[in-house]
Design a protein around this ligand. Structure first.
Ligand code: UD1
Length: 370
């Protein structure tokens, strides 16, 4: 029996831990699991709604660290998590993704000689101005087992000199959640609530500091949204940080002035899945949404200069448009004028709903850890 602690901190972690938690509960003879929520995200809409939609049990341990600067938040998780590890003495700690909680918990374990497995290892944007890129690089350096979602991630790790014995390709566990919940998401009433017709609207998400923390960058994206909004309604469930920045940067009137841009509160997993799968186009700076649209076959315009998920571009659904308004509008026009042929839809290898069990199998497998 392996004793595991699994960590979730922020919204994009919840859909990654849910399938692993469910798989461990199906295998009680092999795994005993403790779920730790760091409290990096704490609003009902950013956290509780996801636990409910994903059928996640209440966390066993809630660290309640909340928001803060990167240093303050990371340090708060480190300080709060160490006593949990000392008390539980797990065989493995499983961290997912690239948020501050991921790195903080991996670092605690590395110093205590507790084994860490990193789910979604090896992704690289090669843009060190992104806080997530720093979290990815450092977590992969100190984790014992690097569980990768796609072959490009394996190649990145090898190129950094990480020994083969630490790398294991398991596929994309977030897609386990998507495939499992798609049927339930069809019952969502979000399209009716927002008075939308299937394939007649675009969905936008925006929260990266590089896009929303600086007035000029944000304003340029708004210019592009005004042009796209002339073709179809753009539904914008706004992250709390984005909403705050709209006010702080004095952009509220500009946002209100784009009549077809509809700012709404953040929505839960099932409603978002429904909204995204019915959309004609998705515009985003999120990493996970680039992957979800690949599996759903929805054109995605990524409002960043780079991606750590190049496989989504290779599969043909994702376009890296950057933040130049002309390029964004051109990419959106191209996607709207050439709807994808869904009969040719293909998912990358191991994005098949079985990654959680591959992750658990990898934890059980004896391996030489250098
Ligand atoms: C974090 C992750 C990012 C991920 C994003 C998804 C890091 C470095 N960043 O960014 O990779 O894509 O989550 O959402 O870990 N806030 C609330 N309520 C909450 C949480 C946050 O109002 O429940 C507000 C606070 O004002 C906070 C701000 O959002 O200061 C930013 O939160 P934070 O956790 O620092 O980073 P995110 O931008 O959410």
């Amino acid at each position: 029996m392996l004793k595991l602690i699994i960590i979730a901190g922020a919204r994009p972690n919840f859909m990654k831990i849910a399938p692993i938690v469910a798989a461990a509960k199906r295998r009680p003879a092999e795994f005993q699991l403790t779920v730790v929520h760091t409290g990096q995200h704490y609003d009902a809409a950013m956290s509780d709604a996801f636990f409910r939609d994903l059928n996640l049990p209440e966390p066993d341990v809630y660290l309640g660290v909340g928001s803060g600067s990167h240093a303050v938040q990371t340090a708060a998780v480190i300080k709060a998590f160490e006593p949990v590890v000392l008390k539980e003495k797990p065989d493995w700690v499983v961290v997912v993704g690239d948020v501050n909680s991921t790195l903080a918990c991996a670092l605690v374990c590395a110093k205590l000689n507790i084994k860490v497995a990193h789910v979604e290892a090896g992704l690289r944007s090669r843009d060190r101005s992104m806080p997530e890129e720093i979290n990815r690089l450092l977590t992969d350096q100190i984790a014992d087992l690097l569980l990768t979602p796609s072959p490009d991630a394996d190649a990145n790790l090898r190129a950094e000199g990480i020994p083969e014995s630490r790398i294991c390709f398991v596929g994309n566990v977030m897609i386990d959640s998507l495939l499992k919940q798609l049927q339930r998401a069809r019952d969502s009433t979000i399209l009716n609530q927002l008075d939308l017709n299937e394939r007649d609207y675009a969905v936008l998400t925006l929260h990266r500091p590089s896009n929303v923390d600086e007035q000029n960058a944000f304003a340029r994206i708004l210019d592009a949204l005004a042009a796209i909004g002339a073709r179809l309604p753009v539904i914008f469930p706004a992250h709390p940080r984005t909403r705050k920045m709209i006010d702080e940067l004095g952009l509220a009137r500009r946002v209100e002035g784009i009549s077809n841009l509809r700012l709404i509160e953040p929505i839960g997993y099932l409603d978002f899945l429904r909204l995204m799968s019915g959309a004609r186009l998705v515009l985003t700076d999120s990493g996970g949404i680039q992957e979800e649209t690949t599996v759903l076959g929805i054109p995605c315009i990524t409002l960043r200069e780079n991606t750590e998920r190049p496989i989504t571009v290779e599969m043909g659904t994702n376009t890296i448009a950057g933040t130049d308004p002309n390029k964004i509008v051109e990419s959106a026009d191209r996607a709207l004028n050439n709807p994808p042929d869904k009969s040719r839809l293909q998912a990358p290898e191991f994005w098949d709903g079985q990654s959680a069990d591959r992750i658990l199998d990898a934890l059980l497998a004896p391996r030489i850890v250098n």
